[in-house]
Design a protein. Structure first.
Length: 328
């Protein structure tokens, strides 16, 4: 803008000088030349001043810019330093936090380990206790089973004892019944004998029963009295019935084998005659006192017939005396 203004001023001054030159050619030219020279100098000075001012302004601006840049750089540096410090502080804090977290984690891990160890120990102890309880339960169950078995065995023994007692009771009842029957038979026989003794027709039979008989001892004949089947039963020495209750095992002789295969038990009475095979030596009772029976003599022998005992005259085969259900 200053140059355009200067150019316009110099053009006007040149026109004025040209007009004056036309009016005053010599002086006007000299004056115009001096004026032009002074005007140029002025313009040069002004221009120089302006340029100086511009340079000063530029330098000031440059300085201001430099100072601003310096300040900006300083501020930037300060900010960078601050940011670096902040970052360092943040990194330090982060590192501290990380270290603290690590330490906390380590502590937690250590605590977890200790807790796990404690839990494992507690679990082991609980397992041991459970195993002990199971073992105790098994022992108790075994004891209970043994007790139940003992109780069952005791009940079985009690039942067996009860059955044995019942059997004994039944046996006693059977013995009493047999004894009653025997007593009734004895009474009947006594009545019959009395009736026969009173009868005239049976005098001959009575005489034959009371006659003397003979027996051969290997060298000569001997006379002996007829067997009395009533007298020995009144003697307490020959109480075989009570003796059998105290010594049951003696009266268990086992199975009886008849001399004939198809032969079955028949109830024999006094006066009945049996074959010689039924009173052979294998059926003899050689020790009558063992069963509390009286000793026999002459041709008489105690013979086993199934569970009965017969007193047989081995010469004639006649049944002289009989005891029913003598053996078990």
């Amino acid at each position: 803008m200053t140059l355009t203004k200067l150019m316009k001023g110099s053009a006007l001054s040149a026109l004025a000088i040209a007009m004056a030159a036309t009016a005053l050619p010599a002086q006007a030219e000299a004056a115009a030349a001096s004026e032009q020279q002074s005007q140029r100098e002025r313009e040069d000075r002004q221009y120089q001043r302006r340029s100086d001012r511009r340079g000063e302004r530029r330098s000031e601006r440059r300085q201001e810019r430099r100072s601003e840049r310096r300040q900006e750089q300083r501020s930037e540096r300060r900010q960078e330093r601050r940011s670096e410090r902040r970052e360092e502080r943040r990194s330090d804090r982060r590192q501290e936090r990380r270290d603290a977290v690590r330490e906390i984690r380590r502590d937690y891990r250590a605590e977890d380990r200790t807790e796990r160890r404690v839990d494992r120990r507690a679990e082991r102890r609980a397992d041991d206790r459970r195993a002990d309880r199971r073992a105790e339960r098994r022992i108790e169950e075994r004891r209970a089973d043994r007790r139940a078995e003992r109780r069952a065995e005791e009940r079985r023994t009690d039942r067996r004892a009860d059955r044995r007692a019942e059997r004994r009771y039944e046996e006693r009842r059977a013995d009493r019944r047999a004894e009653r029957r025997y007593e009734e038979r004895r009474a009947d026989r006594r009545a019959e004998r009395r009736w026969r003794e009173r009868s005239v027709r049976d005098r001959a039979a009575r005489s034959t029963l009371e006659r003397r008989s003979r027996y051969w001892d290997g060298r000569r004949w001997h006379n002996y009295d007829r067997w009395d089947r009533y007298r020995w039963r009144d003697n307490h020495r020959y109480d075989w019935y009570r003796y059998r209750h105290a010594h049951r095992s003696i009266f268990r002789l086992g199975r009886y084998y008849a001399p004939y295969r198809d032969y079955r038990y028949r109830r024999l009475e006094i006066g009945f005659r049996i074959g010689s095979l039924f009173f052979g030596s294998r059926y003899w009772i050689n020790d009558p006192w063992r069963y509390r029976l009286p000793e026999v003599y002459g041709p008489y022998r105690w013979v086993r017939y199934y569970d009965d005992v017969l007193l047989v005259d081995i010469y004639s085969g006649e049944v002289v005396d009989v005891i029913y259900d003598f053996f078990w």
